[in-house]
Write a protein that binds this ligand. Sequence first.
Ligand code: ATP
Ligand code: MG
Length: 291
Amino acid sequence: TVDRLSDLEKLSVVGHGSSGTVYKVRHLRTNSLFALKVLRFGPNAADARRQAAREADILTRVDSPLVVRCHGVLEGGGEDRLCLVMEYMAGGSLHDVLRARRRLPEGLIAGVAGRVLEGLRYLHGMGVVHRDIKPSNLLIGSHGEVKIADFGASRVVAAAMGPSSGGGDDACAGTCAYMSPERFDSEGFGDSGGFAGDIWALGVVLLECFVGRFPLVDAGERPDWATLMCVVCFGGPPAVPDAASPEFRSFLGRCLEKDWRKRGTVGELLSHPFVAKCCSTEGLVEDTFHT
Ligand code: ATP
Ligand code: MG
């Protein structure tokens, strides 16, 4: 673990998010690289502080090769911030990969699907609902490993982790763009627990990888809350291009099932023929490598 901020040298900024800035840093004594996420909250922002504490709490308890690892939570650098020392993911995020390549071939999409589902199986098994699955929160290692990151919107729905990490009733925590029908409808969300929402979001992400742009609104249209609510809650199931293989279409149909009770579960989807054929994600890093 890293226990002092002064042991870290900032090398560059690798990302900006709604909650703060992420730096690539070097640990001076060991020369290892880490990512340092600095969460900033104003002096009176009790909600942001609570959310940061929840993110840190979940991150320090998860331990899986499918989830970005946390090597320390540091309070230094001022009272209004919390720093998370994380494993550095040299390939950037799936958002970066899509910006560089626009689309991915089905074989790679299947690999991403399998990895994220394995990660969700682990998280859901601990009672953790991620609630913000989207391309910029799926990080890529130097060999194409895909890991789930950013627990800033997550919550614990089972008692497995104790009551301190629960809470988070804000229905729009995370990005609206990948939100499932039941999350727009607070009554439906009440009994779903939210696990099925992560599956919907994964379906939208995979469809985006295939079509090369955010798939739920027309090109150029702003995916704002009201537009999305109409499309997701009142529209038909998202359209999948004819070019998709029958397995992929069937898989997406199970992820993008509007009724969360009928949607595919992690277990069912992991044995779906689309992902069951064991695909590699190695090809993800080609020309998108962060230096
Ligand atoms: P948002 O709310 O916009 O989703 P956030 O403030 O919660 O973002 P993160 O999603 O954790 O922040 O990180 C923002 C970006 O920083 C990521 O999309 C990614 O590009 C980069 N990043 C985050 N963590 C790492 C890491 N461990 N290694 C490499 N890059 C990272
Ligand atoms: Mg993020």
